[in-house]
Design a protein around this ligand. Structure first.
Ligand code: GAL
Length: 372
């Protein structure tokens, strides 16, 4: 298991605790406020957050979980970020007292029908809790009905169901919650990384930032918000923008590589910024940029989200302008803690949030150290 309370995670937690949005939906938390607060996080707050989290973990482990069964459904095992998430989730559940053989994790293979069958099988087996990363968040209402009809508590992760569905959990007092981050924050941070550059992303000095957008799965609110809020942050900073291309890369490195290669063939050096909704696609974009003989930082800027190890290495080497840490450690731990609460007869907030952290060459060493 990764260090549960790395300095970075602790400071992000401290920020969310200070901001009071660790367990409820951040109203309109601006990324700027979060960043400023993060910078000002005092050692005392960090220590307090660390103690609180240690106490929470200790409380959670009081119960005997050795015969409890957890079913986990992941939308697709080949997704880089969800691989980090599920490995951390598995290790943390074991550290809380679950037996490894009582934790079953299924690959939905990006197919809702396959995943729905897996959920049905878990219900038949009578698991004590389900943790679900839905293939289609629009299927959440159906999933919730199936699972709650069997009296099994349910923790959704990573792909947020819509507001109407979440409202139903509260109205009908269901043992159902969602653990995740607000993707508007990550999009805003991507835009800010570009706006904060000395030339504000305007490499050719023509008074506007010409960009291409490589989107994740369009059904996914993370993709929708990152696409919208990255550009909004530039506009909010008073920067004129021009979109040269907008393509769907489905969170996938190989798809992004070919999309960015096509875009570079069409627009060449007119492209000043490549926004990718995640790092896997930024890695593909970098391959295309290098194959076209261009250099990140001189010819073009490149940003992603997740803070995958490889992307952070690229930020350090100047081959990616920045990324945004999508805290799989805190999210997987919150999901497991929520499952334990339900299993031991307690309750959870219906929305359990988490903060993103901006990553540039300024702090990439700290981030890499915290990722271990
Ligand atoms: C996002 C993450 C992507 C991808 C997606 C799957 O939060 O940034 O890399 O894993 O979730 O839903």
């Amino acid at each position: 298991m990764k260090k549960a309370l790395s300095l970075l995670t602790v400071s992000a937690m401290a920020v969310s605790m200070l901001a009071g949005c660790g367990s409820s939906k951040p109203a309109e938390t601006t990324a700027a406020a979060t960043t400023a607060a993060a910078a000002e996080t005092t050692a005392a707050a960090t220590e307090a957050a660390s103690e609180a989290a240690t106490e929470a973990a200790a409380a959670a482990t009081d119960a005997d979980l050795s015969d409890k069964k957890v079913g986990v459904c992941i939308y697709q095992f080949s997704d880089n970020f969800m691989t980090l998430f599920r490995n951390e989730l598995q290790n943390y559940l074991v550290s809380l007292g679950f037996k490894a053989e009582n934790i079953e994790i299924m690959d939905g293979a990006n197919d809702q029908a396959t995943q729905t069958n897996q959920i049905q099988n878990f219900i038949t087996k009578g698991v004590d809790c389900l943790i679900i990363n839905p293939v289609n968040s629009s299927s959440a209402a159906t999933i919730t009905d199936m699972v709650t009809a069997a009296n099994i508590p349910l923790v959704y992760i990573n792909r947020e169901p819509d507001a109407q569905e979440e409202q139903r959990w509260a109205d009908e007092n269901m043992k159902v919650c969602y653990v995740g981050c607000d993707a508007r924050q990550s999009g805003t941070m991507q835009g800010e990384i570009i706006a904060d550059l000395e030339n504000h992303g305007d490499i050719n000095g023509d008074g506007k930032v010409s960009y291409i957008m490589i989107e994740g799965d369009p059904e996914n609110v993370d993709a929708q918000y990152r696409t919208e809020f990255s550009v909004k942050a530039l506009k909010d900073a008073g920067i004129e923008v021009e979109q040269l291309d907008d393509q769907v890369g489905n969170w996938d490195q190989a798809q992004a590589q070919s999309l960015v290669a096509n875009s570079l063939a069409q627009h060449g050096k007119d492209i000043e910024v490549v926004f990718c909704n995640n790092d896997a696609m930024a890695l593909g974009a970098l391959q295309a940029i290098e194959a076209a003989g261009e250099t990140v930082g001189t010819d073009v800027y490149l940003v992603g989200v997740d803070a995958l190890q490889e992307a952070c290495d690229n930020v350090k080497a100047g081959k990616q302008t920045g990324t945004v840490f999508n805290d799989h450690i805190s999210q997987s731990h919150s999901a497991a803690d929520a499952a334990v609460k339900y299993i031991t007869g307690g309750d959870n907030e219906h929305y359990i949030g988490c903060d993103y952290v901006k990553v540039t060459s300024d702090n990439v060493d700290d981030v890499l150290a915290s990722l271990g």
